[in-house]
Design a protein around this ligand. Sequence first.
Ligand code: 13P
Length: 252
Amino acid sequence: MRKKIVAGNWKMNKTFSEAEDLVFGIADELASDRPEDVEVVICPPALYLEMTSDVATENNFSCGAQNISEHEAGAYTGEISAAMIASAGASYVIAGHSERRSFYGETDALIARKVKQALKHGLIPIYCCGEVLEQRERNLHFEVVGQQITEALSGLTAEEFSNVVIAYEPVWAIGTGQTASPQQAQEMHAYIREMAGKIFGKEAAAETTILYGGSCNASNARELFANPDVDGGLIGGASLKAGDFVKIINSF
Ligand code: 13P
């Protein structure tokens, strides 16, 4: 079902006690100020999932992991499986973040396996796609994102796809302060919805939640979220301060 979602991706930040302060801080701020129809998801480092999910359950938000193994279980030192993530109380998992693609060589074929694994264990994958600056400058951004969507998601059934959230994160906008303009976000989100429609049918595409990520903050979230195909945000840096994150949630 198409939902409004604001998700915070903490990336590799915060010690345990700092993470507790931030989760409780967000819970406190949400208690006084919060739109009813927006789902809030916090994606801390995996170590903090159980703590985060305990607070989330009490305070009506959700939590998610930042990565997932493509394997079921076994001798994969350092990896974390879908079943483990689900058993720690998470309901979402980010798959295919551009940092995983660029620093750890993740391909769409691998990410497709991660998405499948998440769905198998009842987790909602937040599938990330987006072009790098050079691709945008060469006007290849639609082609690149179209190919990412096709390669990673077209092996799903329509029913599986109905449980996938997509995040458009232009790589040139991540952590740079150079946010996509509302028009750039809207036109790519509309294109992603069109692509999804070609693969899974128009109705399924209309129900898909598509988030924007990349230097989204308390000052620009409102104009981004005002677009018809932008259903929320995947927030990095600005999700590390409770006040800023909750302001973004209240930008709807
Ligand atoms: P920033 O909001 O820090 O640009 O990061 C976006 C992001 O990568 C979220 O996954």
